[in-house]
Design a protein around this ligand. Structure first.
Ligand code: ATP
Length: 369
């Protein structure tokens, strides 16, 4: 398959204006994105936004109403799941309780009628990769949650799919194990070079793992991009709020200085300057900044841009971070969340002065009125 003179790699994935309804309910509304071969793309969004539906459509378990899915440049319309070069790894493991770990891992290979010697060899290889060699003779019920999750992963990997589809595979694991298995998945993906589509509603997982993050809401894509771009330049309040923590405030744009490139705004923090390549879409607009962007200014220090004095409402020590809720003084107090590295000797009720770099403030693409 040739696309514009270049051959399409066999494990590249393209979703082109995919729409799908359940009765009258439209679960996917003209969704388009592309995963290059060997990339990990996460579908991120709140419950019910259509992530699993899209994954099932890629796997071939659900048919689109319109639009198309291409794998390696081939249209998958009408192609059954077993002929799509995909494998799916679920949240609920879906292991066979009466089969040994070894037989669970080899299950997909037996269905493909691969010879026993080859099955034994492939099961041995993946079991080693996911640290399950000592568990091969056990039944799933004799394993921990993390080990069961690895069996599910090994079973999907054993068939050596070009495209691996993960449906919230880590949601049943505790936080530490989740971090560990997620690094393992990423390492396996890099090593084997499969393309992966990874469904999650956990924004930190999406930021940590992805080459491309696709943020979805109500069957539509809100924004997609590299994790750092989505985090630094969210398009609207929904994305800013869903990815990380954001201080979102309505601001009024009062001027632009072409020489310095700075925009001047009025905000709940007073007059501020904003360095943004993206011009504000309206005079009254939402802008955001991240809790780690605020810098504490020492008493008596008169330097630093965009200074504001606020009162500390609460202070939570989190080990590596200190999390503060601060509030503006005056008639209509507005609260913000800020984070300082390490231990910060600030007391609740204290007044502090913060400084915000002009480039830390981003305009969102939404008018505030
Ligand atoms: P979650 O994170 O909760 O799994 P999701 O983003 O994966 O959510 P989907 O499972 O794709 O969401 O569901 C999208 C919408 O489609 C939901 O509103 C759901 O109720 C609806 N839906 C899913 N499957 C069906 C079905 N078979 N029949 C009718 N409606 C369905």
């Amino acid at each position: 398959i040739i696309d514009g003179g270049r051959p399409v790699p066999p494990h590249a994935l393209t979703i082109d204006e995919a729409s799908l309804s359940f009765g009258r309910f439209q679960a996917l509304k003209s969704v388009s994105f592309a995963a290059e071969q060997g990339q990990l793309v996460t579908l991120l969004g709140p419950s019910g936004c259509g992530k699993t539906t899209l994954l099932k459509a890629i796997a071939g378990f659900l048919a689109l109403d319109s639009g198309r899915i291409e794998i390696g440049g081939h249209d998958m319309t009408g192609i059954p799941p077993e002929r799509r070069d995909t494998a799916m790894c679920f949240q609920s493991y879906a292991l066979f309780p009466h089969l040994s770990v070894s037989d669970n891992i080899g299950f997909g290979l037996r269905q493909q009628r691969i010879g026993e010697a080859e099955i034994r060899s492939r099961v041995g290889t993946v079991a080693e990769q996911v640290s399950l060699v000592a568990q091969l003779a056990k039944l799933p019920g004799q394993l921990s949650g993390g080990q069961q999750q690895r069996v599910a992963l090994a079973r999907a990997m054993a068939v050596r799919p070009g495209i691996m589809l993960f449906d919230e595979p880590l949601s049943n694991l505790d936080a530490k194990l989740r971090d560990q298995v997620r690094m393992e998945i990423r390492a396996l993906q890099r090593q084997h070079g499969f393309t992966a589509v990874y469904v999650t509603h956990d924004q930190s997982e999406a930021l940590a793992m992805s080459d491309l993050v696709v943020v979805m809401r109500a069957g539509e894509i809100e924004q997609m991009g590299r994790p750092e771009d989505i985090y630094r330049q969210p398009k609207n309040r929904f994305v800013a709020d869903f990815i990380g923590t954001a201080n979102i405030m309505p601001v009024r744009v009062i001027g632009h200085d072409a020489a310095s490139g700075l925009h001047h705004i009025e905000s709940p923090l007073g007059r501020l300057t904003v360095r943004s390549e993206i011009a504000p879409v309206a005079k009254t607009i939402f802008a955001c900044w991240r809790p780690e962007d605020a810098v504490l200014v020492a008493a008596g220090d008169e330097t630093g841009p965009n200074r504001a004095t606020l009162r500390v409402l609460s202070r939570t020590f989190l080990g590596s971070l200190c999390d503060l809720i601060v509030v503006t003084e005056g008639e209509n107090p507005v609260s913000f969340r800020i984070q300082m590295h390490g231990f910060t000797p600030i007391a609740e009720g204290e007044r502090i002065t913060l400084s915000l770099k002009p480039e830390a403030i981003r305009f969102l693409g939404e008018a505030a009125e």
